[in-house]
Write a protein that binds this ligand. Structure first.
Ligand code: 9D3
Length: 249
């Protein structure tokens, strides 16, 4: 029922910020999520609390020692039970909504955040899989772990209201969002599209889907290639492109 997450990190006070605001905070408040950040330094075997050392073979930077990580993972698993262990790493699978949905039905997760150049390779048997935020360089895994906690929170029961059911709706899944408008009805000479003021909800839904298909085609064609558009969706996209060529000429 409740997803229990333990984050192993050198910056626990930073990671805890993710449940101080917004949807993740709500998830904790309704009892759908529990989050605890565990300081890997508490598992250092030295009085100096050091958890990194120089790389065998030489080279720049430091490597996280296996011992403290193994002990921290064991303690976290004891605290929350049968958990999947996920390391946040530049070598991981890219974080996707499909992966987030799978993780949201796990009873417990241990998220391992690396710092320095990375983890000693010998801890890999303790890790179920690795997840990356994308192909750019972060300073450590904490922001990726916080992103994962945020994204998982949105899928937990009782956390989102009707915005959530819209997100769960397969209708527009895999597409970029349609444009949004609020008051005033005219701003800097730009009017809100008439259809949104019409009160015709079927027509509005059709317009939004058309805009979503158009935006996805123009901005993220890679997403459309994965989708295999249905016949009616392909027709709507054609209509979008036709209207757009009319505006441009
Ligand atoms: C610049 C150092 N790089 C080798 C030349 C390797 C490297 C080591 C450690 C790069 C980044 C990191 C720290 N990053 C993460 O722990 C991390 C990460 C990321 O950097 N990008 C996207 N997703 C993630 S998840 C964890």
């Amino acid at each position: 029922m409740v997803v229990k997450i333990e984050v192993l990190t050198l910056f626990p006070e930073f990671v805890e910020q993710v449940v101080k605001v917004g949807i993740p905070r709500k998830a904790v408040e309704v009892g759908a999520l529990s989050l605890s950040a565990r300081d890997i330094r508490n598992y250092s075997d030295g009085a100096d609390r050091r958890v990194d050392d120089r790389p065998y073979g030489g080279g720049p930077g430091m490597v996280m020692e296996p011992g403290p990580l193994a002990d921290a993972i064991a303690a976290a698993k004891t605290a929350i039970g049968n958990a999947k262990v996920v390391a946040l790493s530049p070598q991981g699978l890219p974080m996707t909504q499909a992966l987030v949905k799978q993780l949201a039905v796990e009873p417990a997760l241990v998220l391992v955040c690396g710092r320095y150049e990375g983890l000693d390779e010998r801890v890999t048997p303790l890790i179920d899989f690795e997840v990356s935020l994308g192909d750019f360089v972060l300073s450590g895994g904490e922001l990726a772990a916080m992103a994962l906690v945020d994204a998982v929170s949105r899928w937990l029961p009782g956390v989102l209201g009707h915005e959530g059911s819209a997100e769960a709706d397969s209708f527009s899944a895999g597409l970029l969002d349609h444009p949004h408008y609020t008051r005033p009805p005219s701003w800097r000479g730009e009017a809100v599209p008439d259809v949104l003021l019409s009160g015709d909800h079927a027509k509005i839904a059709r317009w939004r889907l058309k805009q979503a298909l158009g935006a996805t085609f123009l901005k993220r064609p890679d997403l459309l290639e994965e989708l295999e558009l249905s016949r009616p969706h392909a027709e709507l996209l054609k209509e979008f492109l036709h209207e757009r060529s009319g505006e441009k000429n």
